[in-house]
Design a protein around this ligand. Structure first.
Ligand code: IMP
Ligand code: MG
Length: 184
């Protein structure tokens, strides 16, 4: 017999519905299309958390754009970022001449994005900016200034729409907070 367990039963509260997320993504897509008109836009998605956002955002952008992917992992496990970032998969493209927009799922301590921005900057792109779907400003430990922010959220651990807990819940179409029992 097939066991059928719905992930939604682990969610305490929905913070952003599919509809709300799609409105946010449409708004950012318009801003980027306006700001990068005539530029050489390269969207850089940081795996794995930003894949869902990236897939929707690139289709909300109406100007020509290229995409590339990179995978990082911060040393240490759990819900805290250590700040030491390891490159698991590098970009395929050379960055010279591109206007880079790093696409992230969530900005927390800022350590991952500070490291990545510096690394990509050293490769001599025309410009480099950050687009993050969610931002937790209270949690910032280092200075990182995102140009595009979907929504600012309070200090809570969220899952869904690409964001995971223990590699799960990325495929939830909305964003929510887990029930405390799930962590126990
Ligand atoms: P930072 O280096 O502390 O800014 O960490 C950013 C990374 O931590 C994100 O790309 C996520 O992978 C992870 N992260 C931070 N907050 C959350 C959250 O609320 N839910 C899921 N992942 C999170
Ligand atoms: Mg991530």
């Amino acid at each position: 017999m097939t066991e059928h367990v719905d992930m939604r039963q682990d969610i305490e509260e929905v913070l952003f519905s599919e509809e709300q997320i799609s409105q946010i993504v449409a708004r950012i897509g318009q801003e980027i299309s306006r700001d990068y008109a005539g530029k050489n836009l390269l969207l850089v998605s940081v795996l794995k958390g930003s894949v869902v956002f990236m897939a929707d955002l690139m289709r909300a952008i109406t100007i020509p754009a290229r995409i590339d992917f990179m995978a990082t992992s911060s040393y240490g496990s759990g819900v805290k970022s250590s700040g030491v970032v390891r490159i698991l998969k590098d970009l395929d493209l050379e960055l010279k001449g591109y206007d880079i927009l790093i696409v992230e799922d969530i900005l927390d301590s800022g350590k991952t994005l500070q490291y990545l921005t510096r690394l990509l900057q050293s490769r001599g792109p025309a410009s480099i900016r950050i687009c993050t779907l969610f931002d937790k400003p209270e949690r910032r430990e280092v200075e990182v200034f995102p140009t595009y922010v979907g929504a600012r959220i309070p200090d809570a651990f969220i899952v869904g729409y690409g964001l995971d807990y223990d590699e799960k819940y990325r495929n939830l179409p909305f964003v929510g907070i887990l029930k405390p029992a799930v962590y126990a």
